[in-house]
Write a protein that binds this ligand. Structure first.
Ligand code: SF4
Ligand code: SF4
Length: 326
């Protein structure tokens, strides 16, 4: 990509559609009035370049793969303007697409990430959809990520006090690999037949083993581990700090965390951070054209040419942590 590193934001995050083909219980996407037509968003890649906003643009929804012509056109604009283009999907529409059709749609994308969380993966059928989406995307030749949302029901009781916690961190990759082998990561973690069974399987596996299994089984280019925002689902991840480091050592350059997780793990606290979070460094643009300093904030009307000042934040207003009961 370009040599000029003087960008105003780390990434521009675009949410052009709220329409979706899934029905997650904890959906945070709002159906906004005064939606902009999709064509309006096609001007954004050029603006990102001309205004030196960011090197990359990521798109989430709703479900963007329901708007295939738009995705292709947006990808072309990104390519023309030399911008990295990443997309997030729930995988349902992708799993149904013909191989040729999908190849054409992802042609100008860098990475497509498929979401994995308790609200989307509820039964065996959902696992099949997830697996089909991953394998079709790989076949289509785009980099593939998994966005794993960690919540208290998935790992709340299963993670601590296991052998996973005893890794030498973070540089001792060999020891980590040996210990991971000793864990005998099961190849068929998702044979459970229903939501409750799935939760039990995840809890039994524990956080480290579960993420390692996802990596071994699907071999994605990246697993992006996310903290739930805005819902009472947060788990005390400081107990699993060693697991996060062990996973990054075991799968170098393949394990990523969101900024909130990063802040908590690095500063070992949930607020009062020494360094501010990424608020105001991740420019988000919503369906009605409004903008905000991160994807979870409510947007305000503003021009990309005349952006407001975003404040620095040393705590996250969307953090809703549930400490485990003693
Ligand atoms: S897939 Fe995403 S946008 Fe669709 S219902 Fe679920 S959380 Fe909401
Ligand atoms: S306010 Fe919260 S969600 Fe937004 S960038 Fe900061 S840590 Fe992330």
């Amino acid at each position: 990509m370009g040599l000029d590193m003087d960008y105003k934001f780390k990434v521009v995050s675009i949410h052009p559609v709220s329409k979706c083909d899934w029905n997650c219980k904890c959906c945070y996407v709002k159906d906004l009035p005064d939606k902009k037509p999709l064509e309006w968003f096609l001007q954004i890649p050029k603006k990102i370049k001309d205004l030196k906003l960011a090197e990359q643009c990521c798109m989430g929804g709703g479900e963007c793969f329901l708007f295939q012509d738009f995705l292709k056109a947006f990808g072309r604009e990104c390519k023309k303007n030399n911008i990295i283009f990443n997309v997030t999907t729930n995988g349902k529409a992708v799993a149904k697409m013909a191989d040729d059709e999908l190849k054409e749609i992802v042609k100008d994308m860098t990475m497509v990430s498929v979401s994995f969380d308790r609200f989307k993966i509820r039964c065996k059928g959902d696992v099949i959809v997830f697996e089909q989406a991953i394998s079709k995307l790989k076949k289509a030749g785009v980099l593939v990520g998994i966005n794993l949302l960690v919540d208290k029901f998935m790992f709340g009781e299963g993670m601590p006090n296991g052998s996973e916690k005893n890794f030498s961190l973070p540089n001792d990759t060999q020891t980590v690999s040996k210990k991971a082998e000793a864990l005998e990561i099961p190849p068929t973690l998702f044979n459970a037949s229903g939501a409750q069974e799935n939760i039990k399987v995840m809890k039994r596996a524990g956080f480290f083993k579960f993420v390692a299994s996802l990596m071994k089984r699907y071999n994605p280019d990246r697993i992006f581990i996310l903290y739930p925002k805005g819902f009472e689902l947060g788990v005390d991840i400081l107990k699993f700090r060693a697991d996060y480091y062990a996973l990054s050592a075991l799968f170098p350059k393949k394990i990523f965390v969101d900024d909130l997780t990063g802040k908590i793990l690095m500063e070992q606290k949930y607020s009062g951070w020494i360094l501010p979070c990424h608020y105001g460094k991740v420019l988000s643009i919503f369906e009605d054209g409004s903008i905000a300093g991160c994807s979870f904030e409510k947007g305000v009307k503003a021009d990309l040419e005349n952006l407001p000042e975003f404040e620095e934040r040393r705590q996250c207003p969307f953090l809703k942590i549930c400490m485990p009961e003693k």
